[in-house]
Ligand binder design. Structure first.
Ligand code: SAM
Ligand code: SF4
Length: 350
């Protein structure tokens, strides 16, 4: 189900009639929150993590109750779409308690969508419960259909387990979008077959450009495949029709005439996708990043813990949003082999 941002709400917010809204200095209304509920994961994808990661001490994590309170404060400030991510959100202990409590905002109508991005490894266990709590669509990340290659990319992953998760999610009635990171020399030739497979199962698919986040022990230039090249190659075999379909995120979609399915492109590197940015991120320790690609951050844990009232959190959000930058400055080229940011994607939440 497409969940467009309600333009009427934005217009009202811009006129100041609803003081709840988070509007940044570039008049972008922030209606989408991504929450990294844990920095831990049961995979070690080569573009996301190094093989030997050190994770945050568990004592530093916000409790599930605190995460709920923080998310709810954002909802009170006009956020209508909430995505749980990580790390792997489904490895956070008690995660269904959080999903269950957040689902009250779906019931009240304050949230349009509660969703998650997952590597799929635990989906067979949780799919039915997610659906029961009002989750309608999920993103499953998968970069290949080849079991050996899957193991090589994820270092620890088991493709059969993820496939079982996808089966369970579809059986439970969840709509799935497959997210694949385009990796030079790794899955270039698989984008078309994966798309055919996804569309054949009634799933959308999105391809993503690799971003220079965190030291992963490999040169980014070796991984980076511009999506302009992926698209040009697909266009040799398929009829790609640009469509206006939006899911509230950064993907731009085409309708593929031959498969009848939708293919999205997320192009942080070749196209600046920042102009229409409507999102912010919080980490599992309560740090808010106003931009995935910048270091500036706001501490929300202190105001969260300082008072039982949410006034301090709301004030911190109002202040932080005035610092949301226009966009990121990612560059991957021969001179810049270093990560643009030292922070890994799994910390900020992809
Ligand atoms: N573990 C979950 C998963 O893999 O779906 C959620 C977190 S993961 C960080 C979210 C998304 O970010 C995944 O689709 C992953 O492929 C993508 N990702 C991770 N590191 C990335 C990078 N450096 N550049 C682009 N996408 C990346
Ligand atoms: Fe884990 Fe997702 Fe990062 Fe892969 S992309 S290591 S599954 S957080």
């Amino acid at each position: 189900m497409a969940l467009p941002i309600s333009t009427s709400t934005i217009e009202l917010d811009r006129t100041g009639l609803t003081p709840r809204a988070l509007i940044d200095p570039f008049a972008r209304a922030i209606t989408y929150l991504r929450v990294s509920v844990t920095d831990r994961c049961d995979f070690r994808c080569v573009y996301c993590m190094s093989e030997h990661m050190s994770f945050l001490p568990k004592a530093d994590l916000l409790s599930l109750e605190e995460l709920d309170r923080l998310c709810s404060a954002f909802v009170a400030k006009g956020v209508t779409k909430l995505r749980l991510t990580g790390g792997e959100p489904l490895v956070r202990r008690g995660i269904m308690t959080l999903v269950s409590s957040l689902s009250r905002h779906l019931k009240s109508g304050a949230l349009n969508e509660l969703t998650l991005t997952t590597n799929g490894s635990q989906l067979d266990k949780y799919a039915a419960e997610l659906k029961g709590h009002g989750v309608e669509r999920i993103n499953v990340s998968m970069d290949t259909l080849d079991a050996d290659k899957f193991r090589a990319i994820t270092r620890w992953g088991d493709l059969a387990k993820v496939m079982a998760g996808i089966d369970a999610a579809q059986a439970a009635g969840l709509k799935i979008k497959i997210n694949a990171v385009a990796l030079k020399g790794v899955n270039d030739d698989e984008i078309a077959p994966m798309m055919e497979w996804a569309h054949g199962r009634g799933m959308d698919m999105t391809v993503i450009e690799v971003m220079p986040l965190g030291d992963v022990g490999e040169a980014r230039l070796d991984q980076y495949l511009p999506l302009s090249m992926v698209r040009a190659k697909l266009a040799d075999r398929y009829t790609l029709e640009d469509i206006d379909y939006r899911t509230g995120g950064p993907a731009r979609y085409v309708h593929v005439k031959e498969t009848g399915g939708r293919l999205g492109f997320i192009t942080p590197m070749t196209h600046n996708f920042c102009e229409t940015c409507n999102r912010v991120r919080i980490t599992c320790t309560g740090t808010m990043y106003m931009c995935l690609g910048q270091d500036d951050a706001a501490d929300l844990r202190t105001p969260l813990r300082a008072s039982e009232s949410d006034d301090l959190i709301h004030a911190a959000l109002d202040e932080a949003i005035t610092r949301k930058p226009k966009g990121h400055d990612f560059v991957i080229d021969r001179r810049r082999q270093k990560p643009a940011l030292s922070r890994h994607m799994s910390v900020t939440g992809g």
